[in-house]
Design a protein around this ligand. Structure first.
Ligand code: NAP
Length: 263
């Protein structure tokens, strides 16, 4: 790789690098030549991911015909619930170009109904902590005038349903927050991409029956959709694509009918 090429290699920070989706995106980005910074809370799981991606980065470099022996993958251990640590984390990562948010929890809805603390914890992880990191990163990117924020929310945030409205509320709030950020950062040349996946076969959904199978996607398929949308400068992407139409219908069912359904 020539020096000029090296200077143009983008750096991507994966926030939630031990997630199945984060790993799939990291594998595809490193294959495309990105430098990576991987962040997650579990040090031993993160080490496994870093080792895997480091090996792949060497293979990707060789595939591209370079004599370099791979790119060093940086990593940072952080529990994103700890908002008091966010300034320090952002100081470590803010020099990168692209920030990809992949962490989250899928709370047990009946437990959230019985116990406010469970709902509050889900809101904190899925919305408050992400909004805190996004606020800090947005200020850096706005000042610099380039970069991107890629944030995974969910189709569950498009309409409240009894089966998962606590998770849906947190993801819906995050989608709205990203919409406002996008409006604010557009004039600064910063891309904010909201990703709304439907069902993905990952550890998060291991307890859910995978039927009908046609509605389920692999982490690799969703990762490819996200990277494609990012490259094309999109604002919002549903993955797989058909969820856009499913949610269009769901959003347009009148409330007096919708409230009696069991979706
Ligand atoms: N799977 C789906 O059907 C689906 C659908 C729509 C949206 N999503 C969203 O897609 C994203 C990726 O999820 P996934 O499906 O790939 O699930 P996953 O493999 O279970 O990943 C969830 C990740 O979140 C991390 N995490 C949770 N709380 C954290 C905290 N406080 N600090 C740091 N990391 C934390 C977990 O870390 P540990 O490894 O340490 O536990 C784990 O790596 C999530 O935002 C999820 O809400 C998933």
């Amino acid at each position: 790789m020539k020096q000029d090429d090296q200077q143009q290699v983008p750096t991507s920070v994966i926030i939630g690098a031990t997630s199945a989706l984060g790993q799939a995106v990291a594998r595809q980005l490193v294959g495309a030549g990105h430098r990576l910074v991987l962040c997650a809370r579990d040090e031993s799981k993160l080490k496994v991911v870093v080792d895997d991606i480091t090996i792949r980065s060497g293979q990707a470099t060789v595939d591209k015909g370079s004599d370099a022996s791979g790119v060093a993958i940086q990593s940072h251990v952080s529990d994103f619930d700890a908002i008091e640590d966010h300034d320090a984390l952002v100081d470590l990562i803010a020099g990168a170009d692209n920030f990809w948010f992949f962490y989250g929890t899928l709370p047990d809805q009946p437990e959230c109904e019985a116990n406010w603390e469970a709902s509050a914890a889900a809101f904190h992880t899925n919305f408050t902590s992400a909004a805190s990191l996004l606020t800090r990163l947005a200020n850096r990117l706005e000042e610099r005038g380039h970069g991107s924020l890629v944030v995974v929310t969910s189709v569950a945030g498009d309409r409240g349903r009894k089966s998962n409205y606590v998770y849906g509320t947190a993801k819906g709030a995050l989608s709205l927050f990203c919409q406002g950020l996008r409006n604010r950062l557009a004039s600064a040349g910063v891309q904010v991409l909201t990703v709304k996946p439907g069902f993905i076969d990952t550890p998060m959904t291991k307890a859910i029956e995978k039927t009908p199978s046609v509605l389920w996607a692999s982490a690799d398929q969703v990762a490819a959709d996200i990277i494609h949308a990012h490259e094309r400068g999109k604002d919002i992407v549903y993955s797989r694509w058909f969820w856009r139409y499913i949610l269009f219908i769901i959003q347009h069912i009148p409330e007096r009918i919708f409230k009696k359904t069991s979706l």
